[in-house]
Design a protein around this ligand. Structure first.
Ligand SMILES: Cc1cc2nc3c(=O)[nH]c(=O)nc-3n(C[C@H](O)[C@H](O)[C@H](O)COP(=O)(O)OP(=O)(O)OC[C@H]3O[C@@H](n4cnc5c(N)ncnc54)[C@H](O)[C@@H]3O)c2cc1C
Length: 454
């Protein structure tokens, strides 16, 4: 009798794990059943803003692998529109409820992988069920926003939350001709950046014609005939034709918590580097799990597809009989709003302070190409480092086309615990169409060394 692996959640982490386990163990050795409560498996949520903005033409283009492909090519029994509502660890079984007829069934497992992702934060305000208020968490959400834009042709949108999803949605809606207002309760857009970088981002957003209201929270929605007509904030009333919620997610730990699986201090499921929970035979991966931050040296909850895919792969290798560990994260992330590219890695100044570092920082302005080369555009690079040792702690980049992915060099240096002094002589490539002779990262490292040396 083959062993049975049950996967809860059929997206990035869950299906990466299932595929990886299948590659290592055939169907005679391992039966794999995956429960997914939604309509799609393995799709790129990251592409939703580009679907809504029309950069990607069809929702199907975001689907990496359909349930049929999993069933036919990988012998993975994908059960769609089935929500796992309970895990019984004594019986080693999960209870699933069908979204179509409400039928509930039990399914036993030998190994269980929890890959339930995140729950989008939604404000509990008056009229929050009005039409025209959208989350953008799932592909269905994205399709619903697209249909609303086509049918209603709205003129104005208010986006709650000025994090990266809020900004990407701002770009999508501007490209559809809407006037966009961003509202965030924090003091700046993109609060994962330091305030000086946040000020630059705010200025750029305003320059794009986006209204930005910070230190303001939504307190109610107004509606007429069931359709949203305004967002009332702590400061003003913003008339609007639609609202997009980009308030981030919390780890979806409900069924794990109810079953008694350990939850870490960050509020996500606690796992060891093999992606094992504290319950034998129960594994977890993706946005629902706590990650080890390699610089802060503590557990964090960060929702990123990059991490989810890697963690799923590690869990799958181990479930497939291999031995792999996940070494942790730096929180490297990148995004774009219209012509502005943003990226960050490691700790910003307030995170460095929280982690107990005595830190310094260096910020430089440069260009993405040689100054004389057509298309050379601005790039601002900031490094945060430990005073004394000069050990790199984090980096932030804001700039035009060609800026954002430079963060990967900083991330690689950070991963390898380099100091800013060691970074100065990194052998980075140079040709005029791609960078000045001193790459902006090297210029930033030189300035950082000056600060370290006083
Ligand atoms: C608009 C948007 C843009 C993004 N852009 C980026 C980006 O540019 N870069 C990046 O790195 N990340 C990005 N992300 C984040 C990335 O999409 C997530 O980190 C990633 O999808 C997490 O994968 P996951 O498998 O852990 O969780 P999810 O993708 O959330 O998958 C969890 C799945 O589990 C299912 N599920 C949950 N509970 C149950 C249950 N009880 N029973 C059955 N099924 C269940 C859900 O329906 C869902 O399909 C973006 C996210 C959004 C929404």
């Amino acid at each position: 009798v083959p062993e049975r692996l049950v996967v809860v959640g059929g997206d990035a982490a869950g299906m990466s794990a299932a595929s990886q386990a299948r590659r290592r163990r055939g169907p005679d050795d391992l039966e794999i059943i995956a429960f997914e409560r939604g309509d799609y498996t393995s799709y790129s949520a990251c592409g939703i803003p580009y679907l809504i903005g029309g950069v990607v033409e069809e929702a199907e283009r975001l689907i990496v692998r359909t349930p049929q492909v999993f069933r036919e090519c990988q012998s993975i029994d994908v059960r769609m529109r089935q929500e796992v509502i309970e895990i019984d660890l004594d019986r080693r079984a999960v209870k699933a409820r069908s979204a179509d007829d409400g039928d509930e069934t039990w399914q036993g497992f030998d190994e269980l992988l929890i890959a339930t992702g995140g729950i989008p934060r939604r404000p509990r305000l008056g009229n929050s069920d009005a039409r025209g208020i959208f989350g953008v968490q799932t592909l269905n959400d994205g399709v619903a926003v697209g249909a609303f834009l086509d049918q209603r042709v709205p003129n104005r949108a208010v986006i709650l939350g000025a994090g990266y999803i809020g900004l990407e949605m701002a770009e999508a809606l501007i490209s559809k001709g809407l006037q966009v207002t961003l509202v965030d309760q924090r003091s700046q857009p993109m609060s994962t950046f330091d305030p000086d970088m946040g000020a630059v981002i705010r200025q750029a957003l305003t320059g794009m014609g986006i209204q930005v209201h910070t230190e303001e929270s939504a307190v109610a929605f107004e509606q007429s005939d069931g359709l949203v007509t305004a967002v009332v904030t702590s400061e003003r009333t913003l008339p609007t034709d639609m609202v997009v919620l980009g308030l981030g997610t919390a780890p979806n730990t409900e069924i794990a918590t109810a079953a008694g699986v350990r939850i870490g201090p960050s509020g996500a499921i606690g796992v060891d580097p093999h992606m094992r929970t504290d319950v034998a035979g129960v594994w977890a991966a993706g946005d629902c799990v706590e990650k080890f931050h390699r610089v802060a040296r503590k557990g964090v909850s960060i929702a990123l597809g990059t991490h989810a895919n890697k963690e799923g792969r590690i869990a799958g290798i181990n479930l497939g009989g291999g031995d792999a560990t996940f070494p942790g994260v730096l929180g490297t992330a990148t995004s774009k709003v219209c012509g502005l590219e943003l990226s960050r890695t490691g700790l910003n100044e307030s995170e460095a302070a929280d982690a107990g570092f005595e830190f310094g920082s260096a910020t430089i302005d440069s260009t993405t190409r040689a100054g004389y080369y057509p298309g050379a555009a601005d790039i601002k690079t900031k490094l945060v480092f430990e005073r004394g040792s000069g050990r790199l702690l984090g980096g932030q980049i804001i700039g035009q086309e060609g800026a954002a992915k430079r963060i990967d060099v900083i991330a690689a240096a950070l991963w390898n615990e380099m100091s800013v002094g060691e970074m100065v002589n990194l052998d980075l490539s140079y040709a005029p169409p791609f960078s000045p002779v001193w790459d902006p990262i090297l210029i930033a490292a030189r300035k950082a060394v000056q600060v370290v040396e006083g």
